[in-house]
Design a protein around this ligand. Structure first.
Ligand code: CUA
Length: 163
């Protein structure tokens, strides 16, 4: 098959660029610990927030649990237009596994200062983990447009000084 020289050149350039971009993805995932949110579990969005049905149905102040010293899990429910809970407090050095689901429409969960950025899909649990070695406030926001109150959908993680 005859391939024009110019066309061949552009094919080689395009192939090389794809290889470079793929390499960058590999390097960034290894060097920066990029995580892909796993579809951790399936839930029924109609009943997920019903008390007794799931951790997202528990009282709001019981949805952040210490599993072991410095190891926490946080069950966050996304709904129009709030995160519940929307204030989370852990001591510095903690590792927190976020398990987020939605009971209505698609939302987002982006936690500043970390590489946590998940799509929150009704019926599905999105799960990612981060360790907080710096005290301070970390904002989390909904970054998927979810309706008229989208911009009010945010919360904060407070990492306190006492370890
Ligand atoms: Cu929820 Cu935007």
């Amino acid at each position: 098959m005859h391939i024009d020289r110019t066309e061949r050149t552009y094919m080689i350039i395009a192939g090389a660029l794809i290889a470079v971009f793929f390499g960058l993805v590999v390097v960034s995932s290894l060097a920066y610990g990029i995580q892909v949110p796993a579809p951790e579990a399936r839930v029924d969005p109609q009943t997920v927030a019903t008390p007794g049905n799931s951790p997202w149905g528990d009282p709001i102040d019981e949805r952040v649990r210490e599993l072991a010293p410095g190891q926490y899990e946080a069950f966050i429910l996304a709904q129009t237009w709030v995160f519940l809970p929307n204030v989370i407090e852990v001591p510095v050095g903690s590792t927190v596994t976020f398990q987020v689901t939605s009971k209505d429409v698609q939302h987002g969960f982006n936690l500043s200062g970390t590489n946590i950025n998940m799509m929150i899909i009704p019926g599905q649990v999105s799960k990612l983990t981060a360790t907080f070695n710096e005290p301070g406030e970390y904002a989390f926001i909904c970054n998927e447009y979810c309706g008229i109150g989208h911009q009010t959908m945010f919360g904060r993680l407070i990492v306190t000084d006492e370890g």
